[in-house]
Every structure is written in C-alpha cells, then in structure tokens.
Design a protein around this ligand. Sequence first.
Ligand SMILES: [Cu+2]
Length: 376
Amino acid sequence: MAEQLRMTRRAVVASAALAGAFVPLVNATSSHAEKAAVKVKPADIASLPRVKAELMMPPFVQAHTQKAEGGPKIVEFTMTIEEKKIVIDDKGTEVHAMTFNGTVPGPLMVVHQDDYVELTLINPSTNSMPHNIDFHSATGALGGAGLTLVSPGEKTVLRFKATKAGVFVYHCAPPGMVPWHVTSGMNGAIMVLPREGLSDGKGKDLPYDRVYYIGEQDFYIARDEKGNFKKYPTIGESYADMVAVMRTLTPSYVVFNGAVGALTGDNALKAAVGERVLIVHSQANRDTRPHLIGGHGDYVWQTGKFHNPPDVDQETWFIPGGTAGAALYTFEQPGIYAYVNHNLIEAFELGAAAHFTVTGDWNDDLMTSVMAPSES
Ligand SMILES: [Cu+2]
C-alpha cells in the first residue's frame, strides 16, 4: 500500500503540467457550481419522485421502460470503484484494472431525457488511488469530474440533469492520470432515452426487444526481454511501463467487455429471428468501426445521439473515440454472427470480436446454396 501511494504521488508529479492545467479549471467550475446551486429551488428537487436503478453487469442492461412513464424523476445509482487484477486472455495475460462497479466496461446506466441522475460514487479504503467521474452527458464541472474526486475511504454524491438524449461515455478523469485510468478500464456509458422512446426521426417508433452493451477497451501492456507480457505485483509497479506503451499509440489488445472472448462461445449474445436488437457500443479512448458479419445496422446512430435521424442500412459504422454509438438490427436469419471492429487486425489478432447466437428458421429467399462447394 505504501508503495502504491508513493506511486500515486509520482504519477501526479510526473504529469504535473497536465495536473496544473486542470486545477484552475476544477476550481473555477466548482465555484460556478456553488453559485448555480443557489438558484435551484430545493422544493423543485424535493417534489420529484425518486427511483433506485439496479445496475447490471455488461453486456446486460438495467430494467427500464423505453417510453418514460410520468414526469421527470430522480434516478438513484450507486457505483463502487474497484481496483483489481484481471486476466484478459486464455494465456493468463494480466492487467491491473480500474473499474466502475467491478467490470470493464462499467455498467450501462439508463434514464430518460430530463430525468436527474443521482450517483453515489464510493472509493473503498482498499483502493490505492483517487478517482472521479466525467459524464459526457452532463453539463458543467468537467462533466462532474470537478465535483467527484474521491480518495480511498471516501464517497461522493453527484446529481445532474440529463438534458441531452443519446448514449454517452462516462470515464474516470483524475488530474494527471486521465489516460492511465481510462485505458485501465475505468469507463462505461449511460443511455438517456428520449421520453417518447426511439424513433426514425420521421414519425416511426423504433422499439427494441433486447439491448446489449458492448464496451470496447484498448489495453497497453509492456513486454519483457523475451517478448512475453510482463506481470506486476501491484498497479503502481506497472505504471511507468504502461505509460511507455501507451505513448506508442499501439494497443497490446483491443477487446470487447474486458477480455478476449468475453462475448464469444458460451458467452455469445443471444437473439432470435425477428427480434429487434439494440447494440450500444462505447469506446472511451480510440476510434472504432463496428460491423455485424452477415447482418446490417438497420438504424444506426453512429455518434449515439437519438434526436438525430438514424442512418439506415449500414454495413459498417464509425464511432469516434470518446463516444458511444447505437445500432438497431432485426435479425432475419438464424446462425452465429460475428460482431467485430472492422479493423480486422484489431478483431482477429487483438480480440475485438463478439458473437451473436440467433435462433429461428432459415429464409431461403434471402440466401441459399445453389451448389455446394465441390470439384468443378
Ligand atoms: Cu480512476
């Protein structure tokens, strides 16, 4: 623990220029927040109904209605930050992860536009570092990061109004350590649904039967002199080597939901022919380009913001780093589909692939084998 704390100070000092750039901003936004708080009538908040959200482990998503019922609410969330060692492939490659609620990515939070998100963020004393949360869906104070920096043993409560509809990234952003924490797994997404649910922008409702959350993660792991991935007893001891790899901008792994194979084989996503499946996909740090092999994006909000008309009939879509996107597809054939980052090196060599197992009846009209491969 002492070593970890020393490392934390080193990390801050090492990035002093960046930390310095953040400090006045944090202070300024904090004082703005205090002034703004004076204008809020407490009665307005006190009169709103409160509901507790039950977060689920990705790729699964908290139970929710697609259309809002009643007026705006305060939706209460609790997330505990966990620093933990995880294994990210079947060769035993280790990452000292930092996580929201124990998973990479953190859980997909769901509210409706104009609801209030009220998050209790807990940093247990068993952790070694300060953490916070920057919601790309929030307005002010570095997305909340300026108001939520918690040291081990502390907790904080942030409330913000979800004014913009869409899927949005959230991530940790502690002064001087932002990319380290984000590329160690400390990111997730929130879905702010329009109160009337999803639509095509031309008056047609677009409900979904299932929703899955895929968080794409780039990991940066140093190798030893023999070319094997190094292991470290503590997160602090991995820091300097990891930053050196990060600065090459060449990830060691690019994976979905925290590990190679986290969403393939027995862990494949399930669907049936005729089901409308919403796929929420976030990447907090790098660009990505999802593609469903043998299927399409019927309706795609590439940058995830639901009041823009969705693109239709997409083959591959582009999600810029620091963004969540959403794609709606109705499966029309049974079978196993691969859902990949269509930089195929990232998919096949570095891990960015998931599977859908789809049940139902085959449609010969859509595809048939006229002649099976045979000698000519
Ligand atoms: Cu953090």
